[in-house]
Design a protein around this ligand. Sequence first.
Ligand code: ADP
Ligand code: MG
Length: 316
Amino acid sequence: MLSMDEFSIIKQYFSTISPHRKEVILGIGDDAAGIRVPADQLLLVSTDTLVADVHFKMDWDAYDIASRAVRVNVSDIAAMGGQPVWMVLSLTLPNADQNWLERFSLGLQDQLQAYNMALVGGNLARGPLSITITIHGLVPEQHVVTRHGAQRGDRIYVSGLLGAAAQAVALLKKHSVPEPLMQALLHPKPRVEWRNILQTYATAAIDISDGLLADLNHIATASGLGACLMLDSIPIHPWVQQYQGDHAVEFVLEGGDDYELCFTVSPANEDAMRDALASQGLTAYRIGMMESAKGLRGQKGTQAPILLETKGYQHF
Ligand code: ADP
Ligand code: MG
């Protein structure tokens, strides 16, 4: 199929790049991988496709494309309170460009090492450039964090400053993008280090891929609730503040791609969580509250809340 022999590509660029994990009984090389799932753990499975010229530009360094592809998948596992452990890679390539494969493989290897994940299989096909990763994670069954667990009165938190990646996307269309913003887009930081906090304190969680409003709306809808945001408390990346000025809040409500976590916590557990965060060197920002009235509202200072529309990123 590809100009370089398919099996040589797999051998050279994929079969030996990931750390060994004891659960992997059969890795790359057979018709299917064989994995021993530890008892009491729930196996989390998620997949994401990145398509050239939709999710990334063809001319990006293949190292960065691999990095982003792995990290957005890791983020889905992090949002469930899980630990990423194995992944499968389906790669569709227009040709077997060895320089491209070299960079892609290196980007992949660095992420696999960083998150201690095994690459256990995959597929290669010729066609328009597209990357599909299926990631597997583990979480103790009683500690899994879902979108549907929020309760009325729960406080809403986010795990970091918002808007940098969306600002990069906005600038890409016309201008050169400052390096720190481009880094936020290319190498989002999946919040795996929040696993214990989420497992212990979160009633619901999601990673912010489509925009704060759209993703908070998923928690609200799944939990049969609505929410009110304190618009002055939303943590905005300083560069976004600079570019967007008075529109910065609106911009981060819609802008996705940051892969920060949005999660809810019962007010009874907030003090304990604050201590735990401090001891782990993490900062969470409280941005609102879950309410029984459906829909999302936003409040500036002491003004009356206004209804917020949720558009977010829609593929179709
Ligand atoms: P099959 O024809 O049985 O589907 P393949 O010949 O496509 O298997 O693949 C051979 C082995 O290499 C399998 O174990 C498969 O999971 C693995 N593999 C194929 N492509 C990739 C890839 N891009 N990354 C990692 N492993 C891969
Ligand atoms: Mg087969």
